[in-house]
Every structure is written in C-alpha cells, then in structure tokens.
Design a protein around this ligand. Sequence first.
Ligand code: SF4
Length: 223
Amino acid sequence: MSQPAWNHLRGLEPLSLCDWPGRPCCVVFLGGCNLRCPTCHNAELAWNMEGLPLLTPAGLRAFLTKRSRWLSGVTVTGGEPTFVPGVGAILHEIAQSGLPIKLDTNGMLPEMVELMLAEGLVTQFFVDVKGPFGKYPALTGGAVSEQDARRRLSRIFALAEARPEAFHFRTTLVPLLTETDVKTVRGLLPAGFTLTTQAYKPPRRSHALADSEARRTAGNLVD
Ligand code: SF4
C-alpha cells in the first residue's frame, strides 16, 4: 500500500438507498477531518481513524468488481474526503468500476473540489454548509474563522454557478442554528439552488457538546 490515501480507507457500506437520492449506492468511508465540529456524528472516523479497521485496495477492488452491476453509484464520505492526501488514487480506483462518484464535503478545501471537478473524478458534490459564516468558529470547534468560511465557501459557490449539475447543498439543523440562520444560509446559495436540511440527532458521546463554550477548541485546522 504505497500511497498514503489508502491508510484512510476505513469503511464500506455495501448498499445505501438514501445517501445519493435516486441512486442505490455503496458508501466508502475515508478517515480524517480538518474540522472539529462539536456535534460530529463520525467522531471516531474523523479524529481517531487508527482505531477502525483498514480496508485494503484489493478488498475495495474485489467488492466493486463483484457488486458494481447492482449499484448506480458510489458515495465517498468521511471524515472529510478532500482532506485525505492523495485521495485521487482512491477515486481513480473507484472510477475503474464505471460507477459515478458522489462526494460529501464540508467545502473548506475548494481547490481540491475544483481539481476533482476538472479531472472529471466526481459527478456530484454534496456540500455541507454548516451555517451562517459568523457561526463557523462555534460550529467547527474553532477550526474555521468567519473570514475563512466566507472565502472558502464563496469559491465553492462560484464553482457551483459554473457547474450547477455537480453541486447540492445541505445543512444539518444542529442546536446552535436558529430558523433565521437557516434562512441566512439559503440566501448565501447561488441562484437556482435549494438548501436541503436534515434533522440533527444528538450523538451519544461525551465530546458532543452543542454548547459552544464547552466545546474543545483546536485552532485553525484548515490551513
Ligand atoms: S466536517 Fe465536522 S461533522 Fe463532518 S466529519 Fe468533520 S468534524 Fe465531523
């Protein structure tokens, strides 16, 4: 396993009917994340992937060879897939199956999104907009400043304007968000896009503190 990206391959769900609406897909989980959201549902995968079993490239290849004809796509999620060094190697491997790829991202590494788009590696990006720019420090465990959120998501929105078919935006209704916040997020999206909201289910873990004062801070992890 020469490429570092493969060390992040930490899970595979053989079939999901809800991750990519309209497409029965498998879900590939990549460990590691550049944010520290206090409400994270995949904390172990995001911050402690070494504790999860590793899936080998051969294992992924064998699965896709056997099952691709029953699937309409592959969802790549995390953690944060764009934060995985050399993630293109995994995306290229998946692409060999002939299945289109949908990638979940927090949008904080727009240059990676742009690259994947330019290389035709990803068919659709589902971008998680955490909330209004001003709430990013609290929503991301101090990992992203308001200015950074504005700058990075503005680049994502510009990409979406140029390639509207390749983007979908959603927000999880964590306790810190108000109805006004959700309205603000809707107003941020480029014309023609709608925002999908999803209910927040509190994780049963001690780290998961919706109270921004109790969250652990981690500095700016994006740069
Ligand atoms: S972006 Fe936030 S919620 Fe998503 S995996 Fe990273 S820390 Fe968890």
